[in-house]
Design a binder for this molecule. Structure first.
Ligand code: LLP
Length: 441
């Protein structure tokens, strides 16, 4: 299901999300607009926690904030009992300022700076996932200076090739993430961490990539993690109390994509962990998963207004919208595919045509959807793109000095503006040179 769970059409053919007509939202808040359906968010967060609780004695679901992070989301994650994965000082700052309990924050990243690590210690994050040798030395120094102890996981590179876009693979040998098991690098890190008084090694982590729609690479990763844990037990006597195969479960973007349900994923991952624990002679440790996309992705819909329409006879029809690669870089960057629907009417009875939805930015590659079948579209119509909740706003830019979109959360027939649209004056906020106020704006 690519649309939020509350999506429907009313009697006049209008698209409704969370009980609110999309056209009302567009009129009130402008476009491009990102609409999040709270029911879908809660359902997916709960589904993750419940499925893992059902299948595993000690599971932890950590939402990966890089998919989309905003303060309004934090209470919802907190209420669902999730932890939070942050990958930068910025994400950490926002989460703590937004009231998320620091002790349930996990700090990730392949090149955390000394300042970021100091901030993590100051704010009291629950865990840091160590990625490299440099970080061990930084943390050794920081914990010694502060006389504190820190729970850490070690991120290993399991050498697992998941079927996803090259840019999204993170667990192959040639990767900047984690320390390779097969070269002995990961074992050297374990040995060093043991010797640092301020570091408590809780276990091992791996993340093999994103938008992975099959469970087998996760099973392989889990087995590799346990095999490594067994080796570390035999060499150093360390018994891990946590194992994490990371995040990466897929979502459908188009109607014929695999549905990537949460339940079978949880059953497979939990089953693999129980099996591997038994095989390698461990009591089941805490099993941590880090879904980002599969929690927020299906809850978000991008809404654009159609402007110029261009026919190139015998080639294609370009339908240009008022957003594009500045709010969603995924199609040009990964060749990501989306679908779209008319939102202000259903176009019933109209002819259908295959068109290309282009953005408004100065790049030929700024195309949101190449070849999508739609009813005849006119300037002023609204187009809705589903499955836009993850890695769109999170990767949004001010390219061409675009204003980043407003975000509304909808539930039970009500809409809340949760992030306002950027304004022209926001574009001046970081300018150091005094700008004369000539426009009077
Ligand atoms: N844990 C770690 C350590 C990660 O690096 C990531 C994602 C996740 C969890 C969450 O993965 P998810 O469940 O969302 O797949 N910008 C790309 C995706 C990059 C993913 C980066 N790491 C895209 O738009 O497809």
């Amino acid at each position: 299901m690519v649309w939020p769970v509350t999506t429907e059409r009313d009697g006049s053919g209008q698209l409704i999300i969370g009980g609110v007509p999309v056209s009302h939202l567009a009129d009130e808040y402008g476009t491009p607009l990102y609409v999040y359906d709270e029911a879908t968010l809660r359902q997916r967060a709960d589904a993750y926690r419940q499925a893992f609780e059902r299948h595993y004695p000690r599971a932890r679901v950590v939402y990966a904030g890089k998919a989309y992070l905003a303060t309004w989301l934090l209470p919802l994650l907190d209420e669902a009992g999730l932890w939070l994965d942050v990958v930068s000082g910025g994400e950490l700052y926002l989460a703590v300022r937004g009231g998320f309990p620091a002790e349930r924050i996990v700090f990730h990243g392949n090149n955390k700076t000394p300042e970021e690590l100091a901030l993590a210690l100051e704010l009291g994050v629950g865990e840091v996932v160590i990625d490299n040798h440099y970080e061990i030395e930084l943390l050794a120094q920081l914990t010694a200076e502060r006389q504190v102890a820190l729970d850490v996981l070690l991120r290993v590179n399991p050498g697992v090739d998941a079927h996803t876009h090259e840019y999204r693979k993170t667990g192959i040998v040639d990767s900047k993430f984690g320390l390779l098991i097969q070269s002995g690098d990961a074992a050297r890190a374990v040995e060093r961490i043991r010797a640092v008084p301020g570091l408590r090694l809780r276990g091992y982590h791996a993340h093999i990539g994103s938008q992975i729609a099959e469970t087998e690479p996760f099973a392989t990763t889990i087995n590799v993690l346990f095999a490594f844990a067994a080796e570390m037990r035999d060499r150093f006597g360390i018994v891990p109390d946590q194992i994490s195969p990371g995040g990466g479960w897929a979502i459908p973007y188009e109607s014929d994509d695999p549905d990537a349900a949460i339940e079978p994923y949880a059953a497979a991952v939990a089953g693999s962990a129980l099996q591997a624990a038994e095989r390698w002679g461990f009591d089941p440790p805490v099993l941590t998963v880090e879904p980002g996309r599969s929690i927020v992705g299906p809850a978000g819909v991008a809404v654009y207004r159609v402007g110029a329409i261009k026919d190139i006879p015998g080639v294609r029809r370009y339908v240009c919208v008022d957003g594009g690669m500045a709010d969603n870089i995924r199609p040009p960057l990964y060749g990501a595919r989306y679908t779209a629907a008319l939102a202000n009417r259903d176009g019933a009875g109209s002819d259908h045509a295959v068109v290309t939805i282009a953005g408004k930015y100065c790049e030929s590659g700024d195309v949101l959807i190449r070849d999508v079948e739609l009813p005849t579209v006119e300037p002023g119509d609204l187009l809705a793109l589903p499955a836009a909740g993850a890695y769109c706003l999170a990767m949004a830019s001010n390219y061409n000095l675009a204003l980043r979109p407003a975000v509304v959360a909808v539930a039970d027939g009500r809409a809340r503006l949760v992030q306002r649209r950027e304004r022209y004056e926001d574009l001046l906020a970081r300018e150091v040179v005094v700008v004369p106020n000539q426009t009077g704006e």
